[in-house]
Design a protein around this ligand. Structure first.
Ligand code: ZN
Ligand code: ZN
Ligand code: ZN
Length: 481
């Protein structure tokens, strides 16, 4: 009997042991990660750190950092202010590590990325505790948008709420609260602002993207799936107080660009602008004017600002001459370095720059608002051919949108980039290498050839430009003037 009881007891113990083995197996690493993410979603700090050992390594690509529980608490509290939420999109165990695809969103990410971010993460374990969480790739993370929105917010705060300055680098609860407050105030004000603003309506070189007859990887998929953000270079200008709007460049994408400009000027109902400034007679910069004629909208007296040779070219050559004779457009005189006062808040100063001038001069513009100035030079030969120093020109403004047609020689299969008549992005970055960070911060590259790697979100060159302290112009980005 005793032996029987002992046998039963041992059996039960063995069973229980196996059961707990099974339990350990069930409390698998995958489940630990799932419970950890659930704890993040509940903002439950004690639960979260119960999955960690004494410290936790958090890696982002090549950037590695280790946190004690105390240091992690600060990071956790900072992040919690933005009310993040997480979702596991995919999870699997490989070689004792958990590989997961995780989507994260929250106030900060929504504002900067304009969508949830999605990352590939690897969780590794020591003694059954999560020891390291490494982000190995960003699947949905728009570096250009992130940088552009962050800069917009920092600049807006500096101009309107200096008491919040420094929020970006303050990783305390108070820093996060100021960050969140800045987002709230900026979003509220943006919709009711009466200050003039400038909107980027296109960033691509004249011939667009996809590019005619291109067989390379840059355009292959775009013929099937066009990207609505690939528009030829153009800027819009809005003065809400004086109820006026202006367009810089008349591109082949003028129809959608004018709609976008109208959308941004909520109080202005007219479809057509109060004036169009063109830089030169290359196809991306003026041929959109044809849509103002009889076959299209048959506009009435739209002011087109142009330099003397450009005006002559339009007046004397069809089909442009018909726009003039039918009064679809009215040519307005520009002369180099002479300001044009548009409204009480806005003026524009054209200046000639060296470029292939077959049919017209080529100009750049300084756009002057009540508080800020913007330089716009979409096309130019090498910087050293200009009679003015680009570094001085940048010093005179707050923002500079400048020619970035080509990144380096690779996209043209040539090593000798000195012969190609544009400043390559790598040449410009070298030229600007020693200017102060605050000057670099003014620079926005624009006018990208279809081959330019800065057009393609996943390319490492984008990170290179941003890490060097510059920006890549982003369609729809807005600057208050
Ligand atoms: Zn161009
Ligand atoms: Zn291409
Ligand atoms: Zn050109």
């Amino acid at each position: 009997m005793i032996r029987f009881v002992v046998t039963i007891f041992c059996g039960i113990v063995i069973l229980m042991f196996c059961w707990s083995c099974a339990n350990v197996r069930e409390e698998t690493k995958i489940e630990q990660v799932q419970s950890y993410i659930a704890a993040l979603n509940q903002s439950n700090y004690n639960k979260i750190v119960s999955f960690f050992g004494d410290s936790i390594h958090l890696d982002e690509l090549d950037y590695k950092s280790a946190f004690s529980k105390k240091a992690y608490r600060d990071l956790f509290q900072w992040d919690s202010v933005f009310q993040p939420s997480y979702q596991i999109l995919d999870i699997q165990l490989k070689n004792d590590s958990v590989f997961a695809r995780i989507s994260k969103e929250g106030k900060r990410i929504r504002f900067l990325n304009e969508a949830p971010s999605v990352t590939q993460e690897v969780f590794t374990f020591t003694s059954n505790k999560i020891d390291r969480i490494a982000i190995t790739s960003y699947d949905h993370f728009n570096h250009k948008k992130w940088d552009s929105n962050r800069t917009t917010l920092v600049n807006w705060v500096a101009a309107h709420h200096p008491e919040l300055n420094g929020f970006l680098y303050d990783q305390s609860i108070s820093g996060a609260s100021r960050f969140a407050a800045a987002i709230d105030m900026y979003q509220k004000k943006r919709n009711t602002s009466s200050v003039p603003s400038l909107i980027v309506l296109g960033t691509v070189q004249d011939a667009g993207s996809p590019h005619i007859a291109c067989q390379r990887n840059c355009c292959k998929d775009l013929f099937k799936n066009p990207d609505p953000n690939r528009k030829v270079v153009s800027l819009g200008l809005i003065d809400p107080e004086n109820q006026k709007k202006y367009l810089f460049e008349a591109t082949p994408d003028i129809a959608t660009q004018l709609k976008a400009l109208k959308k941004y000027s909520t109080t202005l109902t007219s479809e057509l602008p109060d004036g169009i400034f063109v830089t030169h007679a290359h196809i991306g910069h003026y041929t959109g004017l044809q849509y103002l004629g009889k076959e299209a909208t048959n506009a009435k007296d739209v002011a087109v600002y142009a330099m003397p040779k450009m005006r002559r070219f339009l007046k004397q050559n069809g089909p442009w001459s018909q726009l003039v004779s039918d009064h679809n457009i009215v040519l307005q005189n520009l002369s180099s370095r002479t300001p044009v006062q548009l409204t009480s808040n806005l003026s524009v100063i054209p200046f000639t720059v060296p470029h292939r001038d077959e049919f017209s001069e080529t100009v750049g513009y300084t756009i002057v608002g009540p508080n800020k100035k913007v330089l716009f030079i979409p096309d130019i030969d090498k910087w050293k051919k200009w009679d003015k120093s680009i570094i001085e020109a940048i010093a005179e403004v707050d923002y500079a949108y400048i020619d970035a047609t080509f990144f380096n020689g690779e996209e043209l299969n040539t090593r000798d980039i000195s012969q190609i008549p544009h400043p390559f992005v790598i040449e410009s970055m070298n030229l600007f290498a020693d200017i102060p960070a605050s000057e670099k911060n003014k620079i926005y590259f624009i006018h990208f050839n279809h081959t330019n790697p800065l057009l393609q979100q996943s390319n490492p060159q984008i990170q290179q430009v941003i890490n060097n302290g510059f920006h890549i112009a982003q369609i729809n980005e807005t600057i208050e003037l």
